[in-house]
Design a protein around this ligand. Structure first.
Ligand SMILES: NC(=O)C1=CN([C@@H]2O[C@H](COP(=O)(O)OP(=O)(O)OC[C@H]3O[C@@H](n4cnc5c(N)ncnc54)[C@H](O)[C@@H]3O)[C@@H](O)[C@H]2O)C=CC1
Ligand SMILES: O=Cc1ccc(S(=O)(=O)O)cc1
Length: 482
């Protein structure tokens, strides 16, 4: 059995009477261990620790921070196989995807470590002699970072990387549903020699933890990845203390497939992206608008590729799509399938939960889904996909932009002018043309509209943890001489 507990002020946190919560394997529905939920005293200790850690870490040079981060990267890479197994066990995704996520996490930390040496300020040209004007970039302060369960390593890694590179300390609250992987990411930094107090790890009742931490004076910035609904609550709390926030919230990514592409190739490429992590990805290609000339062939090819995906336990090497991460998502898929049928969608494949233990739902494809359907408006966050035809280019763009979300958007075309039009007109923080890899370590990851604001990754991901100070210094003049 596995056991997860908070790590506060340089120690694994222990206290009598802490509530314990089971950790479930999504592949079996059975408990694989427990996570201890921190109490208020533990949160206060984490706050004091983060304040102390900030004073230590901000004084390190960018080169010292980078060296430590690179050491953590080496440790993560050396433990990739073991951590990936834990991730698959508690989250469900196929082992190869879990290993890929650890590799990507390491790449992100490595890239941000290099960026730690480039947090340049500016030297301004003064208007008066005897004046030196500089712009300094300084770490914002202790950060509270909240992560969900769909990317149990990458989301913590991105937040830790940006904060540490900038010189901030952190209190990280991963999802209590996938606590084991996040603990291993933190352990890599501790084993690399990160000074105590710089990175605190807490598991707890989410609302209690976020209210306690965001309301505390010590915390200067929050970073949250999760649903738009929870993001709005946390933003409200942050506003009370005028605290900076990075918000990576929900999405409902449109995919516009123009009639100049090969529908079979396009469908196969889209299937691999759509069912990655069983569709539980905020940037998942979600609503497909396919130009009428290739619509029928695209739907057929999509359904064929989707229905031949091998669904099973992520620990099995044959598995291409694992279970949903928790029972709530399975229930949500059953409900959304019924709603999409009732809303006029034509079921092409899937639609019924797989028999047996675990939270398995098959790749499910609906065609002819009207924009009024619930699934065209609510983030499905699972392996169900609605497809609809369109006729005119401007119609497709308008329908793609009609939701309050703006995280990722995709277009497939061989036409340069259509590609340029889509890049410009789609209201999203990330646009991909003819592929589905929305992010790399150097690219800013973030959304617009109700998908949030701020970015992780890229130079923007470092900037998110820095404040700007303008310093004007006059050389000592005769008037000040003793
Ligand atoms: N942007 C993303 O990557 C994610 C988006 N979601 C969205 O949320 C929907 C529902 O997901 P659920 O986990 O069932 O529900 P949820 O919205 O309650 O939770 C989402 C995440 O936020 C955390 N959370 C919830 N309340 C919190 C609070 N008061 N303070 C701090 N953290 C809090 C949870 O621990 C979880 O990790 C999904 O269908 C999807 O639309 C969920 C996970 C990740
Ligand atoms: O849901 C969050 C999320 C989405 C995408 C990626 S990736 O960069 O495409 O791996 C990671 C996390």
């Amino acid at each position: 059995m596995h056991h997860a507990r908070s790590h506060v002020a340089g120690r694994w946190y222990e206290s009598a009477g802490l509530t314990r919560q089971p950790i479930f394997s999504p592949a079996t529905g059975q408990s694989i261990g427990e996570v201890e939920l921190i109490d208020a005293a533990g949160l206060d200790a984490a706050l004091a620790s983060a304040a102390e850690g900030f004073e230590v870490w901000r004084r390190k040079t960018g080169y010292e921070r980078a060296a430590l981060m690179r050491e953590a990267v080496a440790i993560l890479r050396s433990r990739k196989g073991d951590i990936a197994r834990l991730m698959t066990l508690e989250q469900g995704k196929p082992l190869a995807d879990a290993a890929g996520e650890i590799a990507t996490s390491a790449d992100n930390i490595e890239w941000m470590a290099e960026e730690a040496t480039r947090a340049y300020g500016r030297l301004l040209v003064p208007r008066t002699t005897g004046i030196a004007q500089t712009v300094r970039r300084e770490p914002i302060g202790p950060v509270a970072a909240f992560c969900p369960w769909n990317f149990p390593a990458l989301t913590p890694a991105r937040k830790i990387a940006g904060a540490l590179a900038a010189g901030c300390s952190l209190i990280l609250k991963p999802s209590e549903e996938t606590p084991l992987t996040a603990a291993e990411v933190v352990r890599a930094f501790l084993d690399a020699g990160l000074p105590p107090h710089v990175l605190n790890l807490v598991y707890g009742a989410p609302r209690q933890v976020s209210e306690h931490l965001i309301g505390a004076e010590a915390i200067r910035k929050i970073s949250f990845t999760g649903s738009t609904a929870v993001g709005k609550q946390l933003l409200g709390l942050a506003a009370q203390g005028v605290k900076r926030a990075t918000m990576e919230l929900g999405g409902h990514a449109p995919v516009i497939v123009f009639d100049d592409v090969d529908p079979v190739q396009a469908a196969r490429q889209a299937v691999a992206a759509k069912f990655r992590n069983a569709g539980q990805v905020c940037t998942s290609p979600t609503r497909f608008y396919v130009q009428r000339g290739i619509y029928a062939r695209f739907v057929d090819a999509f359904a064929e590729a989707a229905s031949t995906l091998r669904v099973g336990d992520g620990l099995s090497p044959d598995t291409q799509m694992g279970p949903l991460a928790n029972e709530r998502r399975l229930e949500a898929m059953v409900s959304l399938t019924a709603a999409t049928r009732a809303d006029g969608g034509r079921l092409v494949c899937g639609g019924t939960p797989l028999e047996g233990a675990g939270y398995f739902f098959p790749p499910t494809v609906f065609a002819d889904v009207p924009d009024s359907a619930r699934i065209m408006n609510e983030e499905p966050f699972g392996p169900i996909v609605p497809i609809a035809p369109f006729d005119q280019v401007d119609e497709a763009i308008r329908r793609a932009n009609r939701l309050p979300y703006g995280l990722a958007a995709y277009a497939m075309t061989r036409s340069l002018s259509r590609a340029s039009l889509a890049s410009e007109a789609l209201e999203a923080g990330m646009v991909c043309i003819n592929h589905f890899t929305v992010s790399t370590p150097s690219s800013p990851f973030g959304g617009v509209k109700e998908s949030g604001y701020g970015s992780e990754g890229g130079v923007e991901g470092l900037d998110a943890y820095l404040v700007t100070k303008s310093v004007t210094q006059r050389s000592t003049g005769a008037d000040l001489e003793a």
